[in-house]
Unconditional design. Structure first.
Length: 485
């Protein structure tokens, strides 16, 4: 019965998505609840040295008797493919075909960019046919995001990682919230190589001019709560700068600190903290503390560049080292070093509240004919301390291993982009504070519709009451099984 109900949910989701659409999105982006992250161009190339190590140990782990010879991995861009290519021992990548090899297993990448919710639609359709698919066509491993994780982890289409052979000891160094996100009915149904705590990234030169210092500790004192944050926004306005770029910049700091989930007993509940975001954003808009931009718009990206006049941006791990860095360059094809645009003119502090943003999880599809290969990928890329530490050292992404990250936090590790700051130390302090107790399977759609509905209010084209009613109308269209009363 559970599988039948979920199958119906998948079908409804596909139909609704096709009818309603989700707006235009950049090619090969991560859809994080309406906050589409262009990480593809931000992943740095890594030397291929050692890439052809197909040792007998790897072959024994991945070519178990009776298992398949084709490993199908479903994802929405090439970020995870790059992680496998550059950091999974023994993986051999064929740049011409896009496939790879692990021992004598062919690794087939099925990449569906998430424009118009296309990735989830295609994945849902394939999962519904999983039981009837041939071995070579079965989904073995697929990727999901936090905002819709429960849609898959609460279903029979994902495997308990313990059934693959991953143990509590294997995952002991992972941040608890990364396990909580993919836990359903007491079973952990996925694993991730990254943790994504958020910070506030700010321009050092603007901080020196307006606040008298760019020292992260002093700047943090001035931004330690929302009242202080708003006071600094007024100072920035007086000096000719905006505190934030647009409407959505602070959203995750509010939405990650709500008192309850979006949906409670079938009813959509708008938390007071979400309305606090509405009130602050309206005040910032009317007072000229932002530039009235939207996430991922060209104007928003430009505010992060050499000609930008915006003090700071709320970003999590991927955003700082990929999106913000790329946007800061004057010459996109030039060296990523001081002297190219405002590279090096950034620093980070905690900001008013702890929060997280984004992340990608690996799920084993029920019915996979390659459980040993799937387990080994999860084990090495999400549990192996040395591999995780190496990923951070090479890409500066923040990985999901507390021991490895604490070692870097207490080392002389530096980010040239952040003016020599060890941002890993701040992430290591913030990550354990992330609370995932209020997630729901409706987070993606609710976040998208809520942010979209209130832009009319921020622009002066609707009252607050009208915007809220529009949200209620739209969310019931998207999820007819929900109520708002």
């Amino acid at each position: 019965m559970k599988k039948k109900l979920l199958s119906l949910f998948f079908v409804m989701t596909m139909i609704i998505s096709l009818l309603a659409g989700c707006g235009d999105k950049n090619k090969e982006t991560e859809d994080l609840g309406g906050d589409n992250v262009d990480v593809e161009n931000g992943v740095e190339d890594v030397d291929d040295e050692g890439e052809d190590n197909t040792g007998s140990e790897i072959e024994e782990q991945t070519n178990a008797d009776g298992e398949g010879k084709v490993l199908n991995i479903w994802c929405w861009n090439t970020e995870f493919q790059s992680r496998v290519k550059d950091f999974y021992p023994g993986y051999v990548h064929d740049d011409a075909s896009g496939t790879g090899k692990i021992g004598d297993i062919t690794v087939n990448w099925i990449i569906t960019p998430n424009e118009g919710n296309a990735y989830q639609n295609a994945l849902d359709a394939a999962l519904l046919e999983q039981a009837n698919a041939t071995d070579d066509d079965k989904i073995d491993l697929f990727l999901i995001e936090a905002d819709y994780a429960l849609k898959y982890t609460a279903s029979d289409y994902t495997m308990d990682v313990k059934d693959l052979g991953l143990t509590d000891a294997d995952m002991a160094q992972q941040y608890q919230y990364t396990k909580d996100i993919v836990t359903a009915d007491g079973k952990i149904k996925g694993s991730t190589w990254q943790a994504t705590p958020g910070l506030f990234a700010y321009r050092r030169s603007i901080a020196k001019e307006v606040l008298g210092t760019d020292d992260p500790n002093v700047v943090q004192e001035k931004l330690a709560d929302w009242d202080k944050f708003n006071a600094v926004a007024a100072d920035m306005k007086a000096a000719g700068y905006t505190m934030l770029s647009g409407y959505d910049d602070s959203y995750r700091t509010f939405s990650n600190n709500v008192s309850g989930p979006w949906v409670q007993d079938g009813k959509v509940v708008v938390d007071d903290n979400l309305m606090a975001w509405v009130d602050q954003t309206k005040m910032f808009t009317d007072a000229g503390y932002n530039n009235k931009t939207s996430l991922w718009a060209p104007e928003w990206s430009a505010d992060q560049g050499p000609e930008g006049k915006t003090f700071g941006f709320f970003y999590s791990t991927w955003g700082i080292n990929f999106t913000l860095l790329d946007n800061s360059l004057a010459d996109a094809d030039g060296p990523k070093e001081p002297g190219n645009g405002i590279f090096g003119d950034w620093a980070v502090c905690y900001g008013p509240e702890p929060y997280y943003w984004g992340g990608t999880w690996l799920c084993a599809a029920t019915g996979t004919d390659n459980p040993s290969a799937v387990k080994d990928i999860m084990l090495k890329l999400t549990c192996d301390k040395e591999i995780m530490k190496n990923i951070t050292e090479v890409t500066q992404d923040y990985t999901n291993n507390m021991e490895a990250m604490n070692e870097l936090a207490n080392s002389d590790f530096q980010s040239a982009f952040l003016g020599g700051q060890n941002h890993i130390a701040l992430f290591a302090e913030a990550a354990p504070k992330i609370d995932m107790s209020n997630i729901s399977s409706y987070d993606q759609g609710c976040n998208e519709e809520f942010q979209g509905a209130f832009k009319d209010y921020f622009d002066g084209n609707a009252s607050k009451e009208d915007a809220l009613n529009n949200f209620y109308t739209n969310i019931v269209i998207k999820y007819p099984e929900l109520t708002t009363e």
